[in-house]
Design a protein around this ligand. Structure first.
Ligand SMILES: *Cc1c(COP(=O)(O)O)cnc(C)c1O
Length: 471
């Protein structure tokens, strides 16, 4: 072995570098939390690329610390209380530390021996969450890399279990379809297209003025689909939707699915966690009747990305998703062994995701998740009240979750001018860097959108956001 590899694997230099990195990150965390650095120092993509290209052209440097510092500086800072943009949580430092451990151990997880602890912890964590969602004693699930892949996984299971034809073996012989709200996350549409359902196979149900699926339309749309020769096999409910954070009426969807023997999939990537709060549980009433549920741990559960649960009311269903044999991996490809996680996940090699969740649960207890969701959902309601008291702002809809959409209004401007003005405001906020929020399009109009992801955000921060927006 050359001396370079000897150095690279040196435990002493690992110790030194890791200590230095932890010091750097702890300092960053403190500065971010107290707002002593910008949320984001925005640079246009080409400028950013040019910087890193120039860096890449430098001679190698045995000390990675300056590089780490630059990466921190040139990233968006989620722990800053004025970060309120996209739905990624400021991760718990403990979960990030666990990430260092899982990185070094690098358990492949797909087969039992390559992730003995990882697989056992995954089983425990999934049964814990299935229990909190009240899915019953046959429930279980798996962890996968993100909500997008999780929704595709669940829909593949839905098709394997509920569709009348064997698509896995025969290919798409029938015209299969799913029904989904027009406000569903775009990944559901993408999943359906990957599955070969095509445009006709994605039946979008309009939403009401609160952006919830109009469940009274499920029956007529289903009849219409049938008349056109389509076979619907699943309905997807959003809990909540991404754009506005609206929860679909899951009980109504469950009733409909039961009547017609359809698979009920609940996309709880963002808001499934409401089940952990007595106060907000009514939002997800009916989720316990879903056949499958997706919950992102990197959104409302403070775990670093990516970690997503796919839960099944009947754990056994999950073994029908991929009916493949890989004899070099598993002695028996047909048995339902929970400990060979690759049998039912897209991933072959998979991150040791469960360790981060398990460590958080064992260190802080599940109350930390309850506290998080209640703090942020409460805050969103107070923010909505604040907005309604200020005539220069207009709320798109009363928030149900921690996502709030609103826009700046001014008399004398028409809708197009208001769109331009709000886009301009959003761009200014980005360039300014003291706050981070995004924009969305609702009913064809531009709205500003805030996801309150940081429990350190206070009413004062929100008040000063509004003050800073006035143009
Ligand atoms: C974020 C989100 C997704 C996608 O999840 P990723 O983890 O970003 O892939 C899917 N559905 C909903 C409702 C979401 O909010």
């Amino acid at each position: 072995m050359g001396s370079l590899l000897t150095t690279a694997y040196s435990s002493e230099s690992f110790r030194q570098q890791a200590h230095a990195l932890v010091d750097l990150l702890a300092d960053h965390l403190e500065r971010a939390k107290t707002g002593r650095e910008a949320v984001i120092t925005y640079q246009e993509p080409d400028e950013q690329l040019a910087f890193w290209r120039q860096d890449f052209a430098q001679p190698v440097n045995a000390n990675p610390l300056p590089l780490f510092e630059e990466m921190v500086r040139r990233s968006i800072h989620l722990h800053h209380p004025q970060f309120m943009g996209h739905q990624i949580a400021p991760p718990l430092p403990l979960a990030a530390i666990t990430g260092l451990l899982t990185g070094l151990l690098n358990q492949g997880t797909g087969v039992y021996e390559m992730g003995m602890t990882a697989n056992a912890l995954e089983r425990i964590v999934m049964q814990w969450l299935a229990g909190r969602l009240e899915l019953g004693t046959d429930a279980g699930g798996l962890l996968t890399s993100g909500g997008t892949l999780a929704n595709l996984t669940a829909l593949l299971t839905a098709r394997a279990v509920s569709a009348p034809t064997d698509v896995w073996g025969e290919g798409n012989t029938d015209r299969l379809a799913i029904m989904v709200s027009e406000e569903a996350h775009y990944c559901v549409d993408r999943a359906a297209r990957i599955m070969g359902l095509g445009t006709d196979g994605i039946i979008t149900i309009p939403v009401n003025d609160r952006f919830q699926m109009r469940t009274e339309l499920l029956e007529p749309y289903w009849q219409e689909a049938k008349a056109k020769g389509l076979t619907v096999f699943a309905v997807v409910g959003s809990a909540c939707s991404t754009s506005t954070g609206a929860y679909d009426n899951l009980t109504a969807i469950a009733d409909f699915c039961e009547t017609h023997s359809l698979w009920f999939h609940a996309d709880g990537a963002h808001g499934g966690v409401a089940a952990l709060s007595e106060k907000y549980k009514p939002l997800v009433r009916g989720i316990e009747r879903a056949d499958s549920i997706v919950v992102d741990f990197h959104k409302m559960m403070m775990i670093p990305a990516l970690v997503t649960a796919v839960l099944y009311r009947r754990d056994a269903d999950s073994y029908r998703t991929f009916q493949q044999k890989a004899q070099y991996l598993w002695a028996d490809a047909t048995t339902k062994d929970w400990f060979n996680s690759g049998k039912r996940t897209f991933e072959c090699t998979k991150l040791m995701m469960s360790a981060k969740i398990y460590t958080v649960l064992r260190t802080y207890g599940e109350e930390i998740f309850t506290d998080y969701v209640e703090t942020l959902y409460d805050l969103a309601r107070r923010f909505a009240r604040l907005l309604s008291q200020r005539p220069e702002f207009e709320l798109a809809v009363e928030p149900e979750s921690n996502i709030v959409c609103f826009r700046y209004v001014r008399t004398g401007l028409d809708d197009n001018e208001l769109d331009q003005l709000n886009s301009h405001i959003r761009k200014q906020v980005l360039n300014d860097g003291r706050f981070y929020m995004v924009q969305t399009t609702l009913r064809g109009r531009v709205y500003l959108r805030v996801s309150l992801m940081n429990p350190l955000t206070t009413d004062e921060h929100l008040e000063s956001l509004l003050n800073s927006l006035i143009v």
